[in-house]
Design a protein around this ligand. Structure first.
Ligand SMILES: *Cc1c(COP(=O)(O)O)cnc(C)c1O
Length: 392
């Protein structure tokens, strides 16, 4: 081994043992999805209660068939970026459909939700600008904020007084300002107070970007968090993913025609990356057809979340994401293992994904779950939590 390779090995070994000491080492595990709910791990079948495939559409025969047909006709990969030759008509069709669904003029599809957020903020804000971001916003919104090189101020989760204070203090020095938040928070399942945020955006001339990765297909009649408010609280920049409730892969931004047009020239994760394969667009289009045809489908995950939370005496969920906070990493890992022994898969969520001291199980509910299985899950968790308390 060369000495540079050896020092790299020592560095990696040191970091890994530090992660092990803190129970923060992550592992990738082979997981086979037999259908929308059942997964196999180490030869065991488990009921998946931590998937983001909220509507079970990744396994819907029509979605699968759309992806298969697009692949057979147009190939497995798109071959180049959107700006070169990767602009398959299915991507344009998907953009029109998403814009109509979200009620915006235009839409751009990206390689993933993560890439969309690396694209949007840096294309709109720079060193003379101010970006305000919720502390619990998704990692990729934070990454986009840092990448923009704007002044970044983090406000406490959903703390409108602090957001107002930061705008009052710093808005004057900045050329432009942006406010970044999740619509439905990915690890807590709560909503951002979008009407208040949009009102502050008006008052201080700040552009609001809402990440609705967990809102599309699950709240607001399936149209996302903006539509969970009356009147709808539609931000000028609404991003989301095709990779969760829509059962496919990719990300999007719904916005005005001009803003989208600007991003087509300026967004580096659009310009310098290969376009989505036609199959991903075809699958997302088929999923949007199913959502439009059956609005009751989008209600089901939240109904199950409420049933589950009710049985455990948790506060009433507003989205299909239900956290059960255990505190320490070891407690979260132990509860996850105990549920796995009962036949349920829910991975422990640990820092840095969530703040220190809030390691948790994050349950997500799918339209494809059987009510009886969710009842069994609630009973199993209840007895695990009682045993933990008794042992303390
Ligand atoms: C999952 C997620 C993303 C990333 O979307 P991908 O399509 O999986 O890259 C972005 N924001 C939030 C809030 C998410 O939960």
């Amino acid at each position: 081994m060369t000495s540079a390779a050896a020092s790299l090995e020592r560095f990696a070994a040191g970091k890994l043992s530090a992660l092990d000491r803190k129970s923060l080492r992550r592992r990738t595990v082979e997981t086979r999805h037999r259908d929308a709910v059942h997964v196999e791990r180490d030869g065991r079948s488990l009921i998946n209660v931590c998937s983001n495939d909220y509507l079970g559409l990744a396994h819907h025969p029509k979605v699968i068939e759309a992806a298969r047909a697009a692949t057979a006709e147009w190939g497995a990969g798109s071959g180049a970026s959107r700006l070169v030759t990767g602009g398959h008509p299915l991507l344009f069709q998907l953009e029109r459909r998403l814009a109509a669904f979200k009620g915006t003029e235009d839409c751009i599809v990206f390689g993933s939700g993560y890439l969309a957020n690396l694209a949007i903020t840096p294309a709109l804000a720079g060193p003379d600008d101010l970006v305000l971001i919720d502390s619990l916003a998704h990692a990729c919104l934070h990454a986009g904020a840092r990448l923009s090189r704007a002044r970044v101020e983090v406000f406490r989760h959903n703390d409108m007084d602090q957001l107002r204070g930061l705008l009052a203090e710093h808005r004057g020095e900045a050329r432009h300002a942006m406010i970044l938040t999740d619509g439905v928070f990915s690890m807590d399942g709560d909503f951002a107070p979008l009407p208040e945020i949009l009102a502050l955006g008006e008052e201080f001339d700040a552009w609001t970007l809402v990440d609705d990765a967990h809102g599309i297909g699950t709240v607001g009649g399936g149209r996302g968090s903006a539509h969970a408010f009356a009147p709808p609280a539609a931000a000028p920049l609404q991003m989301g993913t095709l990779s969760k409730a829509l059962g496919s892969y990719g990300g999007y931004l719904c916005a005005s025609e001009r803003v989208c047009e600007l991003l087509r020239s300026r967004a580096r994760p659009l310009v310098f990356t290969t376009a989505l394969p036609p199959a991903s667009a075809a699958a997302a289009l088929a999923a949007l057809d199913l959502v439009a045809a059956d609005p009751a489908l989008c209600e089901r995950p939240l109904e199950l979340a409420r049933r589950f939370a009710g049985k455990l005496g948790l506060s009433r969920p507003v989205s299909p994401v239900v956290p059960v906070i255990l505190g320490s990493e070891t407690a979260a890992l132990a509860a996850s293992a105990a549920l796995e022994a009962e036949g349920f898969l829910v991975t422990a969520i640990r820092p840095p994904t969530v703040p220190p001291g809030t390691a948790r199980l994050r349950f997500t509910f799918s339209a494809a779950h059987e009510t009886a299985d969710i009842d069994r899950l609630a009973a199993a968790l209840k007895s695990i939590l009682q045993q933990t308390e008794a042992a303390e």
